[in-house]
Design a protein around this ligand. Structure first.
Ligand SMILES: NC(=O)C1=CN([C@@H]2O[C@H](COP(=O)(O)OP(=O)(O)OC[C@H]3O[C@@H](n4cnc5c(N)ncnc54)[C@H](OP(=O)(O)O)[C@@H]3O)[C@@H](O)[C@H]2O)C=CC1
Ligand SMILES: CC(C)(CO)C(=O)C(=O)O
Length: 313
């Protein structure tokens, strides 16, 4: 029996992990473990994980194991990494101690450089480059709320391990009723997602607005488009094949979200969380710009504005 582990039961792990486990509760095909810490651990261990979503009338799922430390993981076949970027390196260093040669890593995170960051710490395992679209967040510890359309997962082969057997993971996603695309090469999709979430994330966070408002308010729309133009220049220079009309396409995609949908960066900054993914979005664009000698004044401006907002809060 293969061992599946979900690290992090927030918006993303709570949505995709829930689906995988609810499928497994009826088939017992796998051993599923959830890793959660502090209060989330206590609540999920005692009551199960709750997902409030129109897709799941039965809102509670109980995995085979709820563990509070990564070092309790035993012989994992697949690990879904569902943490914020500021926890990534710490999680990977701990995972390195418990994985075996056959362990496959599937990071469900935002950001264009996640594959490279994991690869630096875990040089030899298969890592499936991925991105997700979903509007879900922690309502209370152990309770995740999902709104709007079904979440979408896009994942692809590891360019460094093209022949790893992953048909069982594709089957798992199908059986778990996860809306997904599997690509031989998923990097253009990851950049397409980065294009969307970096621009909308930064502008919604600055104005504490919403995805719908960025599409309709002239000033916010212009600021998002200015950031997108900088990301497009970077992607072009990196040889990432994005469509020429990606800006229009991104606004079209944004219009498919319920207008009041917030972004995760906006929520983190505006609820004054200790950490945010500002570096993952703005920091990364600025650094890519420096590396590739591309000017990024619009991203730099909003980065500094957001740093001021964070400092003042
Ligand atoms: N939410 C969304 O709508 C979307 C988010 N994303 C991206 O997905 C990634 C995950 O985001 P999201 O799920 O929203 O983040 P959340 O903050 O909601 O959840 C992350 C969870 O990981 C937990 N965690 C961190 N380190 C550990 C650890 N060592 N052991 C156990 N648990 C740990 C956190 O615990 P604790 O609660 O204790 O801090 C938290 O519950 C991010 O990169 C985000 O940008 C992508 C698409 C949509
Ligand atoms: C924009 C959204 C909700 C799309 O999945 C997202 O990825 C985020 O807020 O982090």
């Amino acid at each position: 029996m293969k061992n599946i582990v979900v690290v992090g039961l927030g918006g993303v792990g709570g949505y995709f992990g829930f689906k995988i486990n609810q499928f497994n509760e009826t088939t017992n095909q796998f051993t599923v473990s959830f890793i959660a810490r502090n209060q989330t651990y206590d609540i999920v261990k005692n009551n199960g994980l709750t997902l409030l979503s129109p897709e799941h009338p039965n809102s509670i799922t109980k995995p085979n194991h709820v563990l509070q430390n990564i070092n309790e993981i035993n012989d994992p076949d697949l690990i879904l990494i569902c943490v914020k970027e500021y926890d990534l390196e710490n999680v990977c260093k701990q995972l390195k101690q418990v994985i075996t040669d056959k362990t496959i890593l599937l990071p469900l995170m935002n950001g264009a450089d996640i594959y490279d960051r994991i690869r630096k710490i875990i040089p030899d395992n298969t890592i499936l480059p991925a991105c997700v679209y979903v509007a879900s967040h922690i309502k209370e510890k152990g309770i995740v709320e999902h709104k709007g359309k079904a979440g979408k997962l896009i994942f692809g082969k590891d360019p460094a391990h093209l022949s790893t057997e992953i048909d069982w993971i594709i089957e798992l996603m199908k059986n778990s009723q996860i809306d997904f695309d599997f690509k031989d090469n998923s990097f253009a999709d990851i950049w397409t997602k980065f294009f969307f979430v970096s621009s909308f994330g930064l502008v919604t966070a600055k104005y504490n607005s919403s995805i719908g408002t960025v599409c309709t308010d002239e000033i916010q729309k212009q600021e998002a488009a200015d950031i997108m133009k900088e990301v497009k220049l970077i992607a072009d220079k990196k040889g990432i094949n994005l469509p020429e009309d990606i800006i229009e396409k991104t606004f079209e995609k944004a219009m498919t979200f319920p207008p009041a949908t917030p972004t995760s960066l906006q929520l983190d900054i505006n609820v004054k969380k200790e950490n945010s993914e500002l570096e993952l979005f703005a920091g990364a664009i600025i650094n890519y710009g420096k590396e590739l000698t591309i000017e990024t004044p619009f991203t730099e401006k909003i980065y500094n504005e957001l740093k001021e907002i964070i400092k003042a809060s």
